[in-house]
Design a binder for this molecule. Structure first.
Ligand SMILES: O=C(O)C[C@H](O)C(=O)O
Length: 280
């Protein structure tokens, strides 16, 4: 049994919130750079160039990449041989977010109640997903999520008879309706199977995958490749101003489901697809 003090979780999450909002991960940066070489539209290439320049300015001058510094989504994978001491884990995570957004001067975007809508002033609470895994480490993923693209995400409760063609139509419908509102080029996270909530969680987790890495399931990999091509054929383009780079990647996760259903969730992320991982 290994002991981890929750204050370590707080310190790391603080740093990760600040880092994620100023430095886009290498995989996203590379995908954006690569898209400049493949984009067919001159205006699209210009916009992609500006997005890359914006990343450089953010890193050099410590200015957040985007004004929407997101709601902090945190995945905690806790090894079953870890003993967590020093306080409540949930409070430790929220303290990390609080410190990160306050000390990092990041925009506070969270309201304490969805109807009364009073800003909590420190970007807490985070949305936290826990899982118990084998091992004696704590793996933390911080993925601050902007809401321009979150708002354009969708869940479709398809019927089994809709089949794979229904899944393709659902993904294309979500992306087409998102259009420029999701600040393309996007990363499209898809969850297929499970239940209503499981498919949404899989879609969110899919966004944290290394950009452009494929599923190990052959038909899912083919579907990811086909959907990327189809999405880029929609012509929405960088900034929604036309072009061949509407998405940088499509990541699909699947799970067994009920005989009577075919749930599909499409979680869209703008080009600022922030995700950082640390292991304690
Ligand atoms: O800044 C915001 O909160 C809005 C949003 O992310 C947007 O895409 O406009």
């Amino acid at each position: 049994m290994r002991t981890v003090n929750v204050s370590e979780i707080t310190e790391n999450i603080k740093e990760m919130c600040i880092e994620a909002n100023h430095y886009l991960s290498k995989d996203m940066e590379a995908a954006l750079k690569h898209s400049q070489e493949t984009e067919a539209s001159p205006l699209g290439r210009q916009i992609l160039g500006q997005l890359s320049e914006n990343l450089q300015i953010a890193a050099d001058e410590m200015i957040p990449i985007c004004q929407d510094t997101g709601m902090a989504v945190v995945f905690l994978e806790v090894g079953q041989d870890v003993h967590l001491e020093g306080g409540a884990v949930e409070e430790a995570v929220n303290e990390g977010v609080r410190k990160g957004y306050t000390e990092g001067y990041l925009r506070k975007s969270v309201v304490g109640d969805p109807i009364e809508r009073v800003n909590t002033g420190d970007n807490t609470p985070a949305v936290i997903h826990y899982s118990i895994v084998p091992g004696d480490t704590v793996r933390i993923t911080v993925a601050p999520k902007g809401f321009g693209s979150e708002n354009m995400s969708r869940v479709f409760m398809l019927k089994p008879a809709d089949g794979i063609e229904g899944v393709k139509d659902a993904i294309l419908k979500a992306v087409s309706e998102a259009g420029p509102n999701a600040c393309p080029p996007m990363v499209v996270g898809v969850g297929i199977g499970g239940t209503f909530e499981k498919c949404a969680l899989m879609a969110k987790q899919a966004l944290t995958r290394e950009t452009g890495a494929h599923s190990t399931i052959p038909y899912v990999r083919e579907l990811e490749e086909e959907m990327l091509e189809k999405i880029n054929g929609l012509g929405i383009g960088p900034g929604g101003l036309g072009g061949t780079t509407t998405a940088l990647a499509v990541h699909i996760n699947t799970y067994p489901t009920h005989i009577a259903g075919l749930p599909v969730a499409v979680n869209i992320c703008c080009h600022v697809n922030r995700h950082i991982v640390r292991e304690l």
